[in-house]
Design a protein around this ligand. Structure first.
Ligand code: TK8
Length: 366
């Protein structure tokens, strides 16, 4: 699929998602749990010490994942820190479960200044800053600590800076984590098992190309539409970190889980540049520090969730396939041409810089 075709495809998907979002109050997610969570979120928004009517600034902050996810806990932490530090002069309204739109729509809202904060995975950010695509290279990072070291170093900073041209300010890296595969069709242990599997991917070219190379049928889709797509059998499977698979109740519509660990997904805490630039200096510092501090908490909670939830998933009746390092190596070999091709597109100097940063981080953490 060429680039132009891909962009047109995702744009129309985004339009469809937009129309669906206007069409009704109902949230994607497909289970009754989501409705309860929406209610408790609106309660949280009014039921705090502070209120938006007393505030000079209101931050509307939205994420794609639900209120059970550590991403939302991190967002609530951000809210608490900011409201306390400004004695309620900045008020933070929190939304989850794609209530304000999917990652891409929320980023567009930040550009327009109609929403202040969102925390997408880096994969959809590539539609705004292409270089973020380097993190979509399968099997790039050996572990999450190395990943964070690189993100918090020069490479990560450089990419945050590039967001400014897109009317967004990147305040911190949070963590989604290593992505794994779930599906409703078969146990997946080796590269061959991907053959013919219809897998929802994020709206990202490398993910599309890599899954095609493995013999799967990748279908790009916004996260908010995923549960229903799995329920209706539009897709056999999807890939996301374990915390998401469990906390979004994907086990209700998926029978198999494989710890492929194929891509590490960072989250980026984004603020509308228009809004950020309009804040007094001391408030700019407060929101920037709060994004960092809440991020440290989010990362801790996220790692704990990803480490703990396997047994719970199995208890829900999902069959666990353990993927060996050997099988991962085979997958890595198959997708190497995709990586080479995209490395060329992104500029080999830049990609080499990232590889060097990874080596340095590995050495420093040993
Ligand atoms: C949440 C997304 C999501 C991501 C995806 O908004 O789309 O699969 O992993 O969790 O950022």
């Amino acid at each position: 699929m060429n680039k132009k075709h891909f962009l047109t495809g995702t744009l129309s998907l985004a339009l469809v998602a937009g129309l669906t979002a206007c069409g009704g109050e109902e949230e994607a997610g497909g289970d009754s749990q989501t409705d309860d969570q929406n209610e408790s979120a609106s309660e949280e928004n009014v039921d705090t010490e502070y209120s938006s009517s007393d505030a000079t600034y209101t931050i509307e902050a939205g994420i794609g994942l639900n209120s059970e996810h550590p991403q939302y806990k991190g967002l609530l932490e951000f809210k608490n820190i900011v409201e306390e530090a400004t004695d309620g002069d900045i008020y933070v309204e929190t939304y989850h479960s794609s209530q304000l739109g999917d990652d891409r729509q929320m980023m567009e809202a930040l550009q327009l200044g109609s929403q202040e904060v969102t925390i997408p995975s880096t994969a959809p950010i590539t539609n705004f800053v292409e270089e973020y695509a380097v993190f979509d290279f399968p099997f790039l990072f050996p572990n999450d600590e190395v990943a964070m070291e690189v993100l918090n170093g020069e490479v990560g900073d450089q990419l945050l800076d590039a967001l400014e041209d897109q009317e967004m300010v990147g305040l911190a890296y949070w963590e989604n984590g290593f992505r794994d595969l779930s599906n409703s069709d078969r146990p997946v242990e080796t590269a061959e098992d991907f053959e013919g599997l219809t897998v929802r991917t994020m709206e990202n070219e490398i993910h599309l190309d890599a899954f095609s190379e493995l013999g799967a049928n990748p279908t790009p889709m916004a996260f908010g539409e995923l549960f229903t797509a799995m329920q209706q059998g539009t897709v056999d499977g999807q890939e996301n970190p374990l915390a998401t698979i469990y906390l979004e109740s994907f086990y209700e519509v998926q029978d198999y889980y494989s710890d492929t660990n194929h891509v590490y997904s960072p989250f980026v805490f984004l603020m509308s540049k228009q809004f950020f630039d309009g804040l007094p200096d001391d408030y700019q510092e407060i929101v920037a520090d709060a994004a960092q501090e809440a991020g440290e908490y989010q990362i801790e909670e996220n790692r704990a969730a990803n480490a703990e939830l396997l047994d719970a998933l199995i208890e829900e009746g999902v069959e666990y396939s353990e993927v060996t390092d050997e099988a991962r190596e085979e997958m890595a070999e198959i997708v190497q041409p995709v990586i080479d091709e995209h490395a060329e597109d992104l500029g080999t100097d830049f990609v080499d810089e990232v590889y060097e940063a990874i080596e340095e981080a590995e050495a420093s953490l040993e």
